[in-house]
Design a protein around this ligand. Structure first.
Ligand SMILES: NC(=O)c1ccc[n+]([C@@H]2O[C@H](COP(=O)([O-])OP(=O)(O)OC[C@H]3O[C@@H](n4cnc5c(N)ncnc54)[C@H](OP(=O)(O)O)[C@@H]3O)[C@@H](O)[C@H]2O)c1
Length: 337
């Protein structure tokens, strides 16, 4: 059986490029004792993967050169030597960017097939769960408050927005482009949506956000950093909460020692006694069953919507990944193999 995989061919300097990836064919190994062989049908593409391409110490190990790109996949078991798994089981695990993966049974989770398989990568997977933790554990929403979140049509932002709306908050989306803003309101029920790419200056972006949040901002779920952060910080109310989930605007080698405005803006943290929490989803997996119990039925009934951008073919994963980093994805980016 010929299998395909995508490896890290070189490390990017600044923005990642197609040349940083290489498609290879290989013969998948047979599963050893306690392992399963999975034929991957869907691969998740996530912003964190950009960080794993750099040889920088972080909360998770980086990808070695010539090693398979890291990532979560969904697929069927095609051979099992692990107790509790049989051929044909639909499962998810850290398969990496490849068509076939051998994983220990202990690191694989069975999925029930009542929902689309890719839901386990997005709305009911790591990103949706991150939004739920970010909002509930760190955002502590109260009815009548105002919430702002960027990357609002992605799997994290759309979960945050929909749950906040259900909790009785005014929800303001920040998204790139008119189409994403329309979807933020029509599909995900945001009360207002602002196209962050439509403004030349931070001041103008800030004025637009201020108009959409006339009572100020009580919760800003930080997904992006950069100019959105600069625009939002002065608009925060006293005792606002800022769960810091991601800073994708700075993932491609931005010079963080550059313009000196940010330290001044972050001074707001002090004077407003803000609670700002870093969130790494690894710390919260104990709450994952509670998330599935609450949100699973809402996804099944259609009360929580999700949006997927499906690229076709493993060979197109690098291009889809680079497109997503620049905002070209419309919803959770997956690859159908
Ligand atoms: N801490 C954790 O454990 C954890 C877990 C999951 C995700 N995250 C983080 O959560 C964030 C959202 O993840 P996701 O999976 O939901 O991604 P996503 O929204 O599907 O994709 C990334 C989006 O980021 C936006 N973006 C890119 N550059 C930007 C910029 N300069 N300014 C503003 N927005 C920009 C783009 O949307 P627009 O076109 O709308 O701008 C792009 O579509 C990421 O920062 C990710 O790293 C963290």
């Amino acid at each position: 059986m010929a299998a395909q995989r995508i490896v890290l061919a070189s490390r990017p300097e600044g923005e990642a490029e197609l040349e940083n990836f290489r498609l290879e064919t290989f013969e998948p190994p047979a599963p050893g004792d306690g392992e399963v062989l999975i034929e991957v049908s869907h691969l998740s593409l996530d912003p964190y993967m950009r960080g794993r391409m750099n040889a920088v110490k972080s909360y998770a190990p980086y990808v070695e050169l010539d090693a398979v790109m890291t990532g979560q996949g969904v697929g069927h078991v095609v051979a099992s030597r692990a107790e509790g798994f049989a051929e044909g089981d639909l499962v998810t695990g850290m398969t990496g960017w490849q068509s076939h993966a051998v994983l220990p049974g202990a690191e694989v989770r069975k999925l029930d097939d009542s929902l689309p398989p890719s839901a386990a990568l997005g709305v009911l997977g790591m990103p949706g769960f991150t939004g739920w933790v970010g909002l509930n554990t760190f955002g502590r929403p109260k009815p009548g408050e105002t919430l702002v979140v960027a990357a609002a049509t992605g799997p994290v932002g759309s979960m945050v927005g929909q749950l906040a709306k259900r909790a009785g908050l005014r929800t303001v989306a920040i998204a790139g482009g008119a189409e994403k803003c329309r979807i933020a309101q029509e599909t995900f029920g945001f009360d207002a949506a602002i196209d962050h790419r439509a403004f030349d200056t931070v001041k103008d972006l800030r004025a637009a956000i201020a108009a959409a949040a006339p009572d100020g901002i009580d919760i800003y779920v930080e997904n992006v950093g950069g100019d959105v952060l600069r625009a939002v910080l002065p608009l925060l109310n006293d005792h606002a909460r800022v769960p810091v989930i991601g800073t994708i605007a700075w993932y491609s080698g931005a010079d963080l020692s550059g313009p000196d405005t940010l330290p001044n803006l972050w001074r707001q943290v002090l004077v407003k006694r803000l609670s700002i929490n870093g969130l790494i989803i690894f710390d919260h997996w104990g709450d994952y069953p509670a998330f599935l119990e609450e949100v699973g039925p809402l996804v099944a009934s259609g009360e929580i919507a999700s949006l997927e951008d499906v690229a076709e073919g493993l060979e197109n994963a690098p291009e889809a990944f680079l497109r997503m980093l620049k905002g070209g994805n419309m919803g959770k980016q997956v690859v159908k193999l």
